[in-house]
Design a protein around this ligand. Structure first.
Ligand code: IVH
Length: 698
C-alpha cells in the first residue's frame, strides 16, 4: 500500500483510526462484543501501522498499534503477569506467510522447524502452578496485567486443580485459550432466549441481548462475579504455551507433549512442519476440517519450534518475531435472493427475512437470513432478484453483507418495505426512534394472539406444559381458543380425538389428540388455577411487565381490582417502575376484551390476589440455620430463598463446613454435591425442606 496523503490528512486519519480502534478494542475486550469483523479490524490496524511508520510524528504513544488490546475490568483483583501476555502478528495471505518465512531464514538460516497449531477463537488465559497446584488464573487484560479469575477458571473441568506427580518444575506458568463448544453455546443461548421471552422482552431487545457467538458467551461467562453461575455454563480450555524458569525441554513441540502428560488438555491438532510448504498443507487441511471440530477456530498459529532460535529472533513491542497467526478469511458465498418475507412476533414486531436459493456455507445449508429491519434493507440497497453475498463471520447466524451489483438484473425494483401486516393486513406503525415496524392489531392478528397464548402457558407463567406451541396453534386454527381466557372453557370432550392441523407451508400435517394428551391438557389447565397472582400477572403478557415487575405490582397492589383501578401516578410511584411500564399496564386494562378475560378468570377461580398462605407467614423455625439452594425445583430458587429468609434462615452461596442444609434440586452441580458429601452436610429435597417448615414450632 502506498500512501498519498498530505501531512494534515495523515494526522486526521491517524486520529480517526486511533479512536476507532480504541473503541473496537474496548467493546471486544471489556464489553465482550464485536462491532466489526476481525478481518476489517485487522485492515484498519494495518492502515494505522503504515501511517505511523510514514508519519511517526503523529503517532500517539498509547496507540492501539503498540498495545495488546484489552483493558482491566473493575471487579476482579488485578494481577501483573510474570511474563507479558503478547499478541501475535497476523496475516490473511500466503504471500505474507512466505515473507514471514523469508524473514526467519534471513535471521537464523535454514536449519529450523515450525510447529503449526490451531488458532482457537476464545480468550487467552495464563495459569500459574506451584508444586502441581493451580494457584492463579489471570486473563490477558492489557497484556501487562489482567484480572484474577481463578475461582471462575476452577469451574472448568479440563483445567486440573492438582496435577498428578510428574516431572514439572516447582513453579511454572502455562497459557491457553478458554472457549465454549458450539453445541453448548447453541443450547445455552436458546435457553437464554426463552428466559428473555418469558421476561417479556420483544424480538429486537432479545436479538440485542443474545450472545452473538461462543467467544462472546465464553468471555461474558468468565467475567461473571458469581462462580456458581459460571459453573452452569460449561467452558473448556486448550493449553498451548509453557513458560518455566528452568528449561525442561529445548523446544515447543516437546513442551506440548509434556504438558499433556502432566494432565493438561492439549489439542490433538498440531504438527511439526519442517518447511513452510508443510505449514500450507496444514492450513488447507484445517480450512476444510474446521467445520467438524465442534468449536470455533479462526486460523492457524505458526511457531518456530526451537527455544534458542525463538530467543534469537526475539520480540517486537507487542508480539514475538518467531510466531505468526494465519487467519482464515471469513467464508463468503453468493446466492440469489428469491424474495423477502416478513415474520410477526408475539409483540407485533415485524422481522424481514431474506429467502435465498439454498447455498452451502460453513458446513450448513443456508436458505434464509434475517434482514433485521427496514433500515438494513435500505443500507444494503437490496433489489428484487439481487445476487447477495452471505457470510458466517464471527456470528452463528448467516448475514447478508452486500449485493453483487454486477449481477443486478436490468430495471430491477428496489425492495420496498411492506406497509401492511402480512398476517392481518393492518397498517404497520413505526414509532420515532424505533428501528422496528409493529402491527398494532393486538387483538386480531393471528401470530400475536397465538404467541400471547404460548407466553401465558409458559413455564415461568401458568406452567401448562401439556400445551405446546403446535397444539396451541392447532386449537386456535380449529376455532377452539381465541385468547388465553378461552383455555378455561375447554373440556375433555372438546379435545379428545380432535384432529389438529399443525406446521405450515410444506410442513403442514394432521395430528389427532390422543385421550391421554387431552386429559393432560385439561389437568394442566385446572392446576394452573392455583398459580400465584404474581405469575398470573406476568402471564398476561403486558408489554414491559416481566417477572420482576409483575412481582412488584402484585406485592404493592395485592389484588387485580386494586391494580386495575390504580392511576398512572400510583403505578409509576412504585420503586423501579417508571411511566413507560405504568402506561403499558393502563393500556392493557383499557381494552374491553382484556377486562372480559379477567372477569372470566374470576368466575373460574384463578388467583387474582396475593394469598397470605403459610409460605408468606414469618416464623423463626429456621433461626440460625444456613441453607444453600442448588439445582432446579418446583418453585423458583428465588421463591425458596425468600421462604428461608422469611422463616429466619440464612442463604449462603457456597458449600463450607458451616453450612447446615443443602437443598438439592434436579441437575445440581456435581462438585457441590461431592463437597457437601465430603463435609457431611445434610442434603435435603424440596419436600424435606417443606417438612422442616411444617413441624410444630416447639
Ligand atoms: S500463542 C507468545 N497459540 O491468539 C505466544 N495463541 O492473536 C502467543 N491463540 O493471545 C500465543 N490459539 O489468545 C497461541 N495455538 C495458539 C493460539 C493462540 C489462539 C490466541 C491467543 C493469543 C492470540 C494472538
Amino acid at each position: 500500500m502506498s500512501i498519498n496523503l498530505s501531512e494534515t490528512e495523515a494526522q486526521t486519519r491517524i486520529k480517526e483510526l486511533t479512536s476507532l480502534l480504541n473503541k473496537y478494542n474496548y467493546h471486544y475486550y471489556v464489553l465482550s462484543e464485536s462491532l466489526i469483523a476481525d478481518s476489517d479490524f485487522d485492515k484498519l490496524m494495518k492502515e494505522l501501522e503504515l501511517l505511523e511508520k510514514e508519519f511517526p510524528l503523529f503517532a500517539d504513544p498509547n496507540s492501539p498499534t503498540r498495545k495488546v488490546g484489552g483493558t482491566i475490568s473493575k471487579e476482579f483483583k488485578t494481577v501483573k503477569h510474570q511474563y507479558p501476555m503478547l499478541s501475535l502478528g497476523n496475516t490473511y495471505s500466503e504471500e505474507e506467510l512466505l515473507e514471514f518465512d523469508n524473514r526467519i531464514k534471513k535471521a537464523i538460516g535454514h536449519n529450523f522447524e515450525y510447529v503449526a497449531e490451531l488458532k482457537f477463537d476464545g480468550l487467552a488465559i495464563s495459569l500459574n502452578y506451584q508444586k502441581g497446584k493451580l494457584i492463579r488464573a489471570v486473563t490477558r487484560g492489557d497484556g501487562v496485567q489482567g484480572d484474577d479469575v481463578t475461582t471462575n477458571v476452577k469451574t472448568i473441568n479440563t483445567i486440573p486443580h492438582q496435577l498428578n506427580p510428574g516431572s514439572y518444575p516447582d513453579e511454572f506458568e502455562i497459557r491457553g485459550e478458554i472457549f465454549m463448544h458450539l453445541k453448548t453455546f447453541e443450547k445455552l443461548n436458546e435457553n437464554y432466549r426463552k428466559e428473555l421471552e418469558e421476561k417479556g422482552y420483544d424480538e429486537e431487545e432479545i436479538t440485542e441481548r443474545l450472545y452473538k457467538n461462543p467467544r462472546n458467551f465464553a468471555s461474558g461467562t468468565l467475567k461473571l462475579l458469581d462462580s456458581s453461575e459460571v459453573a452452569k455454563r460449561p467452558l473448556d480450555a486448550f493449553l498451548y504455551f509453557l513458560y518455566a524458569n528452568h528449561k525442561i525441554t529445548d523446544n515447543h513441540y516437546d513442551s506440548l507433549k509434556l504438558a499433556a502428560s502432566w494432565g493438561f488438555q492439549v489439542s490433538d491438532h498440531y504438527r511439526l512442519c519442517p518447511t513452510i510448504q508443510d505449514v500450507f498443507r496444514f492450513i488447507e487441511e484445517y480450512e476444510r476440517e474446521r467445520k467438524n471440530l465442534g468449536y470455533d477456530i479462526d486460523g492457524v498459529v505458526i511457531k518456530v519450534n526451537n527455544y534458542l532460535q525463538q530467543e534469537e529472533l526475539g520480540y517486537t513491542a507487542k508480539s514475538p518475531r518467531w510466531a505468526i497467526a494465519y487467519k482464515f478469511k471469513t467464508e463468503r458465498v453468493s446466492t440469489l435472493l428469491q424474495f423477502v418475507s416478513y415474520q410477526v412476533g408475539r409483540t407485533g414486531a415485524i422481522t424481514p427475512v431474506a429467502n435465498l436459493n439454498p447455498v452451502q456455507l460453513g458446513g450448513t445449508t443456508v436458505k434464509r437470513a434475517s434482514l433485521y429491519n427496514a433500515d438494513e434493507i435500505l443500507r444494503l440497497g437490496l433489489h428484487e432478484q439481487d445476487t447477495v453475498f452471505v457470510e458466517k463471520g464471527g456470528e452463528i447466524i448467516p448475514k447478508i453483507v452486500g449485493v453483487d451489483l454486477e449481477q443486478r438484473v436490468n430495471d430491477a425494483k428496489a425492495i420496498e418495505y411492506i406497509t401492511h401486516c402480512p398476517e392481518c393486513n393492518s397498517l404497520l406503525v413505526r414509532k420515532e426512534g424505533d428501528s422496528l415496524h409493529y402491527c398494532p392489531n393486538e387483538l386480531g392478528c393471528k401470530p400475536q394472539l397465538k404467541g400471547r397464548i404460548e407466553h401465558f402457558t409458559g413455564r415461568k407463567a401458568m406452567n401448562i406444559d401439556s400445551l405446546g406451541a403446535e397444539t396451541i396453534s392447532g386449537l386456535y386454527d380449529a376455532g377452539l381458543i381465541k385468547n388465553y381466557g378461552d383455555l378455561y372453557d375447554l373440556n375433555f370432550n372438546d379435545l379428545n380425538n380432535l384432529e389438529l392441523e399443525i406446521g405450515e407451508g410444506d410442513d403442514l400435517r394432521k395430528r389427532s389428540l390422543k385421550e391421554k394428551s387431552a386429559q393432560n391438557i385439561i389437568e394442566g389447565i385446572e392446576a394452573s388455577k392455583k398459580v400465584p397472582f404474581e405469575r398470573l400477572l406476568f402471564a398476561l403478557g403486558i408489554r414491559l411487565v416481566g417477572e420482576t415487575v409483575a412481582r412488584k405490582l402484585a406485592e404493592h397492589f395485592e389484588n387485580i381490582d386494586n391494580l386495575m383501578s390504580a392511576t398512572m401516578e400510583e403505578i409509576s410511584s412504585i420503586h423501579e417502575i417508571g411511566e413507560k411500564i405504568a402506561y403499558q399496564v393502563k393500556s392493557y386494562f383499557s381494552i374491553h376484551e382484556n377486562i372480559s378475560i379477567i372477569e372470566k378468570f374470576k368466575q373460574k377461580g384463578l388467583q387474582l390476589a396475593v394469598v397470605h398462605d403459610s409460605e408468606n407467614i414469618k416464623t423463626n423455625k429456621l433461626n440460625g440455620k444456613s441453607f444453600l439452594v442448588s439445582g432446579v425445583f418446583k418453585r423458583s430458587r428465588e421463591e425458596l430463598k425468600k421462604i428461608i429468609e422469611r422463616n429466619g434462615g440464612r442463604n449462603v452461596s457456597s458449600v463450607s463446613g458451616k453450612l447446615d442444609f443443602l437443598i438439592a434440586g434436579d441437575k445440581m452441580g456435581p462438585e457441590k454435591l461431592k463437597k457437601a458429601n465430603e463435609l457431611n452436610i445434610k442434603i435435603i429435597s424440596e419436600e424435606e425442606f417443606e417438612n422442616l417448615l411444617n413441624v410444630s414450632d416447639n
